[in-house]
Design a binder for this molecule. Structure first.
Ligand code: G4F
Length: 337
């Protein structure tokens, strides 16, 4: 059988980099869409891909342009397309609703439309989000839970979800939606709360900072490990029929729990360092998200193995190592178990 060709948008991000590694390990030819500036500054912008860069095929293009997407897809003719690129920071979507909606909705629409005309047999994965549930009227949330997004980010993801479903139903595209709950790792962006906390603790230990400024400590999320979540993306596309799946651990923890685990592991009293800043609260918050991934467990055989504490300790250990500090309480050892 000839080598399968995969195309990833958002390949430079946390999920894109883990997915590229997974697909290479399965002997795929892996192509990624990147901005021109990334190719001009690979040390910084392609840093998550450093160890596999030479094995990847990069295509400069923009999700803002249908012509650009059409051109790139025409050259690659992929067997599988993973659409991960997005303006993915919920906080920012309150500051710039227009960019969030335009980039996230149009990008998805352009890709689906181009695939329909160029590669209608290509399997398609859309990165949906638990933010689509927003103020959900049931806990835990599953594939049948009603959407009630609380940000333009969530709204843009609902639109992408519905576009994906519509291209499946109307044009027979083999398109799947993953409804992924929060997933983190040492490759997480520093603006997201888990990484903000673990990197903040590491900076305090290194003597470079004396506070971590946070918003709503009571918000609860279902946090899993990104490396395990990209495996679920691939599994979805290997099913005989395209469908939609929730991917989650089923465990929820508050932001305060992340704070406690990270500061405790560092031997620090968080009360001395955490500053609660009202300005960092969101205008409309999603208070609690908890996923029911039983369909994925049943149909994909997917199961999360890395739990909350282990995840946070792995991130903390990584950030401490980057700052050149050692954890007194052995979090590094914990993370390797
Ligand atoms: O880490 P967060 O910014 O992630 P959020 O908003 O849940 O979204 C992430 O997960 C989604 C999957 O469900 C993705 F679709 C999305 O792209 C993104 O990856 O915030 C988590 C919680 C929020 O309730 C926020 O209000 O932490 C709270 N929080 C409290 N203080 C903070 C802060 N969040 C951030 N980013 N920074 C703070 O200082």
């Amino acid at each position: 059988m000839s080598q399968k060709r995969a195309f990833i948008t958002g390949i430079t991000g946390q999920d894109g980099s883990y997915l590229a590694e997974l697909l290479l390990s399965k002997d795929y030819e892996v192509h990624g869409l990147v901005r021109r500036v990334a190719l001009e500054d690979p040390e910084n912008r392609l840093s998550r891909l450093a160890s596999i860069r030479s094995q990847l095929h990069f295509h400069s293009g923009s999700l803002e342009s249908y012509a650009s997407i059409h051109h790139v897809l025409g050259r690659i003719q992929p067997d599988e397309c993973y659409h991960l690129a997005a303006q993915s920071f919920v906080t920012y979507s309150f500051d710039d609703e227009f960019t969030t909606l335009q980039a996230n909705i149009n990008g998805t629409h352009y890709l689906l439309s181009a695939l329909k005309s160029i590669a209608p047999n290509c399997l398609f994965y859309f990165a949906g989000s638990s933010e689509m549930f927003g103020q959900a009227d049931e806990v835990p949330q599953n594939e049948r839970t009603r959407f009630h997004p609380r940000s333009t980010y969530g709204i843009s993801k609902v639109a992408g979800f519905e576009l994906t479903r519509n291209y499946r139903e109307a044009y027979g595209l083999r398109a799947c939606n993953g409804i992924l709950f929060n997933h983190e790792s040492p490759r997480r962006g520093f603006e997201f709360v888990t990484r903000k906390i673990t990197s903040g603790v590491a900076r305090i230990l290194a003597g470079k900072s004396d506070e971590v400024r946070l918003g709503n400590l009571e918000a609860r999320r279902d946090w899993g490990h990104a490396r395990e979540y990209v495996a679920a993306m691939w599994l979805m596309l290997q099913q005989p029929e395209p469908d939609d799946y929730v991917i989650a651990t089923g465990e929820t923890h508050s932001v305060a729990d992340v704070v406690e685990v990270a500061f405790d592991a560092a031997g620090l009293d968080w009360r001395k360092y955490v500053v609660c800043d009202r300005d960092l609260h969101r205008p409309s918050e999603v208070n609690v998200l908890s996923g029911d991934a039983s369909k994925a467990r049943r149909e994909l055989g997917w199961e999360p193995r890395i739990h909350f504490r282990e995840l946070i300790l792995e991130m903390l250990a990584h950030d401490c190592q980057a700052q050149g500090v050692t954890l007194a309480t052995g979090a590094w050892t914990d993370s390797k178990q």
